[in-house]
Design a protein around this ligand. Structure first.
Ligand code: OFO
Length: 168
């Protein structure tokens, strides 16, 4: 069984991962209707990854004999200025998630919950990868630029990063 203070924070993280999944799904929808299929596919696939992050926490909590919670989550934004705005927001969001994971790690260490501390190391490594991934996309945008066929090229490059494609 988890201590109440740890359980509460892990359940908050479930909520945040679920929100991440919905945020990227909303962004995928915006990209799709704006003709940016590569980015739409990438963000759709990334939304599934976020659901996996959520399920991993959910299963961990239940395995300890504590109750994983399914909570109401806020609706994500649906309007974006342009593709750069979408990916600046993903990067900002991932930095926020990293901050929350670090707080959780700190809490489990302070509470001497070393099992949860060890479990959370996976998220620490994952956040490092995700921040690098989204920063890399912003860098690609800077290199390719948006002049002429730039937007088309950027979208194509982002599409290549999709881990799974959308169902037809
Ligand atoms: Fe994007 O890593 Fe979970 O939230």
């Amino acid at each position: 069984m988890l201590k109440d203070v740890v359980l509460k924070s892990l359940n908050e993280q479930i909520k945040l991962e679920h929100y991440s999944a919905n945020l990227y799904l909303a962004m995928s929808s915006w990209c799709k209707v704006n003709g940016l299929d590569g980015s739409a596919n990438f963000l759709y696939a990334h939304s599934s990854e976020e659901m996996m992050h959520m399920h991993k926490l959910f299963n961990y909590i239940n395995e300890t004999g504590s109750m994983a919670q399914v909570s109401a989550i806020d609706a994500p934004p649906m309007e974006f200025k342009d593709l750069r705005d979408v990916f600046e927001k993903t990067f900002e969001h991932e930095k926020f998630v990293s901050k929350k994971i670090n707080e959780l790690v700190e809490l489990t260490f302070a509470e001497k919950d070393f099992s949860s501390f060890n479990f959370l190391q996976w998220y620490v490594a994952e956040q490092h990868e995700e921040e690098a991934l989204f920063m890399g996309i912003l860098d690609r945008m800077d290199v390719i630029g948006f002049d002429g066929r730039g937007l088309y090229m950027v979208d194509k490059e982002i599409g290549k990063l999709a881990t799974v494609s959308q169902p037809q």
